[in-house]
Ligand binder design. Structure first.
Ligand code: COA
Length: 261
């Protein structure tokens, strides 16, 4: 398998799907895999024709079993530090994508796999799959944003329980604590992801990006500054032709046709 094949990029009508393509290793993130993913994300970030990004894994067993533990045994301490810098960079690249992102978790999602899902905007998990930040069971810690993003999502108390106990949650448990937005019937992750994609594509693509930027950018700001940030995000969409198209469609009682302009 060439480095190009480690992660596949499928494009279809304003939707880009990144598929981690190492089913035999449960889509574990080897160094070449995460570097390939970062290259593709850099492309997608600039691609104004891509309105939604879906991240999924090949096969049915795992979305991603985290860092490649076989490769890890071959790395010296300096190389491990370099890997950790890059895997953190990968999750930051995902979080920083302007487009809405969906983690379509087709199977188990552990360690870096769970961190990848946490960096996405929306998360769906297969009903038979488990999810968790299980790093402490390997005598390491989540190093790609997991200790930051999980507490913000489920609260510090729950995050401590999950991380310190290296819990593997069932899909229903993950749904109950708000770690995932939806549970897909076993084997039907792609269909549920498509439903979510369709719902997103019904809305103005630049508005989705502005709303995402408003939420993400405002989270860590005092509310008065966050409100100014929201105003700046709104200002970006006032001059767009999609906004006028939505108003025209409303007046004409038809569905709008957005162009991302
Ligand atoms: N890194 C490298 N290889 C991995 C891997 C990982 N994180 N997770 C699984 N694999 C490999 C296995 O070693 C095995 O390889 P082999 O066929 O050469 O023996 C292959 O993938 C299949 O794994 P297996 O455990 O037999 O599959 P499964 O479907 O029964 O279980 C998991 C899948 C994901 C539940 C299980 O592999 C697992 O718990 N992996 C570790 C997850 C983890 O702790 N991640 C945190 C990393 S920080």
């Amino acid at each position: 398998m060439t480095d190009q094949d480690l992660v596949l990029l499928e494009r279809d009508d304003h939707v880009a799907r990144l598929v981690i393509n190492r089913a035999e290793s449960r889509n574990a993130l080897s160094f070449p895999t995460l570097l390939r993913m970062r290259t593709l994300l850099a492309e997608l970030r600039k691609d104004t024709d891509v309105w939604v990004v879906v991240i999924t894994g090949a096969g049915e067993k795992a979305f991603c079993a985290g860092a490649d533990l076989k490769e890890r045994r071959t790395l010296n301490e300096e190389q491990v530090a370099d890997f950790v810098r890059n895997i953190r960079g990968l999750m930051d690249d995902i979080a920083a994508l302007p487009q809405p992102t969906i983690a379509a978790m087709n199977g188990h999602s552990f360690g870096g796999g769970c961190e990848m899902a946490l960096a996405c905007d929306l998360r769906i998990l297969d009903a038979n799959a488990q999810i968790g930040l299980t790093e402490t069971s390997l005598a390491i810690i989540p190093g790609a944003g997991g200790t930051i993003r999980l507490p913000r999502l489920v609260g510090a108390a729950k995050a401590k329980e999950l991380i310190l106990m290296a819990r593997r949650l069932t899909a229903d448990e993950a749904l109950n604590i708000g770690l995932v937005h939806r549970v897909a019937p076993a084997g039907f992750i792609a269909g549920v992801a498509d439903e979510m994609v369709e719902a997103l594509l019904r809305n103005g693509p630049l508005a989705l990006q502005a709303a995402k930027a408003a939420i993400d950018g405002g989270l860590d700001l005092p509310s008065e500054v966050a409100l100014e940030h929201e105003a700046a995000c709104y200002a970006r969409i006032i001059p767009t032709s999609d906004r006028l198209e939505a108003l025209a469609a409303f007046a004409e009682k038809r569905q709008p046709k957005f162009k991302g302009q």
